[in-house]
Design a protein. Structure first.
Length: 232
C-alpha cells in the first residue's frame, strides 16, 4: 500500500492518501479545499487515480475538498451515515467495509465530537484514522454539533481502545507537530481518556475546557453539510 500523511498549516488538518500500488486506485481521507492542487499532484506523481474522497465527519475548522475532487477526477464521495452530510455521497454505516481494491477500511461509528463522527480501521488493524474522535494525547471537543462527552468516552473505549495496542492511530489534527500514536500509548498517556479515567472524570474535564469559538465554523459546517459544494 502507498501511504502519505499530508498537512494543512492553516487548520492543522491531516489528510491521508492511501493507494493500491498494483491497480493505482486511491483514497483521500479528510481533504482540505485549499489544498486540492497539492493533493492531486501527489496522486499524479505516485501514478494513482483517485477513487474515493472520504471524510471522518462534518468538520468545523476547514471545508472539505470532496465536491471539487469529484468534479476534477470523477471520484466517489463517502461520509458516515449520520444524516449530517447531504448530497450525492456513499453513506457508510457502522460495520461497513469500504474497499478500493487491496485497500480495506472498516467503518466504526465513533460519535461524541460530533453526532456523525467515524473512525476508519485498516483491514489488518495495523492502522486507524480517528478524525477528531481521538487525537494524540487529546480528543475533539464535545460542546457543539451534537457532541457529548459521555458518548465520546464510550466511542473511544469501545471502538478504538478495543483495537490491538500496536495499532497506529492517525488523527485528524495535531497542533504540536506530532504525527502518529498507538492505541497502547493513548490508553496510558492520554490525559483526558487514558490512565483509567472514568466517564465522570472525563465529562468534568470536557466541561471545563473553556475553548474559543472555532473561527471557521459558520462557513465550514454549512459547506461541509453540502460536501463542500457551497464553498467553491
Amino acid at each position: 500500500m502507498i501511504f502519505r500523511q499530508l498537512f494543512d498549516r492553516d487548520s492543522c488538518t491531516y489528510t491521508y492518501l492511501l493507494g493500491d500500488a498494483s491497480t493505482g486506485r486511491a483514497v483521500l481521507i479528510d481533504p482540505v479545499i485549499e489544498l486540492v492542487d497539492r493533493d492531486l499532484q501527489f496522486v499524479a506523481e505516485l501514478g494513482l487515480t483517485l477513487a474515493v474522497s472520504l471524510d471522518t465527519h462534518v468538520h468545523a475548522d476547514h471545508v472539505t475538498a470532496a465536491s471539487v475532487l469529484k468534479e476534477r477526477t470523477g471520484c466517489a464521495i463517502a461520509y458516515p451515515s449520520s444524516g449530517e452530510a447531504e448530497g450525492p455521497c456513499m453513506a457508510l454505516d457502522h460495520g461497513d467495509v469500504l474497499q478500493v481494491d487491496a485497500i480495506k477500511l472498516l467503518v466504526r461509528h465513533t460519535p461524541g465530537h460530533t453526532a456523525g463522527s467515524a473512525t476508519y480501521v485498516l483491514g489488518d488493524q495495523s492502522m486507524a484514522f480517528t478524525g477528531d474522535t481521538l487525537l494524540i494525547r487529546g480528543c475533539g471537543r464535545t460542546d457543539f454539533q451534537g457532541g457529548s462527552a459521555q458518548t465520546l468516552y464510550a466511542s473511544v473505549h469501545e471502538q478504538i481502545f478495543s483495537l490491538p495496542d500496536t495499532t497506529l492511530l492517525y488523527p485528524g489534527h495535531d497542533y504540536k507537530g506530532r504525527t502518529v500514536t498507538t492505541v497502547g500509548e493513548e490508553k496510558i498517556h492520554n490525559p483526558r481518556l487514558g490512565g483509567g479515567r472514568t466517564v465522570e472524570q472525563f465529562a468534568e474535564i470536557m466541561a471545563n475546557l473553556n475553548l474559543a469559538y472555532p473561527k471557521k465554523i459558520d462557513v465550514a459546517v454549512p459547506a461541509n453539510r453540502q460536501l463542500g459544494a457551497t464553498a467553491k
